[in-house]
Ligand binder design. Structure first.
Ligand code: ZN
Length: 78
């Protein structure tokens, strides 16, 4: 499972939300991840580590922001 996270990702968590849904949409991406429950609309914020631990499956790949990764040095002229 890639650790890449995009805004708009729809994921399934290991544990169901009390409302019965186990699907969440990522609404904010960064050092902390905000995700909205597809069942009841509740928004929670998790740090990336917790988010990745709870994520069981990626259902839909979002097209929004990814968290900026460290820049890769441009060595094409080497
Ligand atoms: Zn819910």
């Amino acid at each position: 499972m890639p650790e890449e996270i995009h805004v708009g990702d729809v994921i399934r968590t290991k544990k169901k939300h009390p409302c019965g849904s186990d699907q969440w949409t990522v609404t904010r991406n960064g050092a902390d991840i905000k995700m909205k429950c597809e069942g009841c609309g509740r928004v929670v914020m998790l740090d990336r580590e917790t988010f990745l631990r709870r994520r069981k499956a990626l259902l839909v790949r979002g097209t929004g922001d990814t968290f900026p990764l460290p820049p890769v040095p441009d060595r094409t002229d080497a």
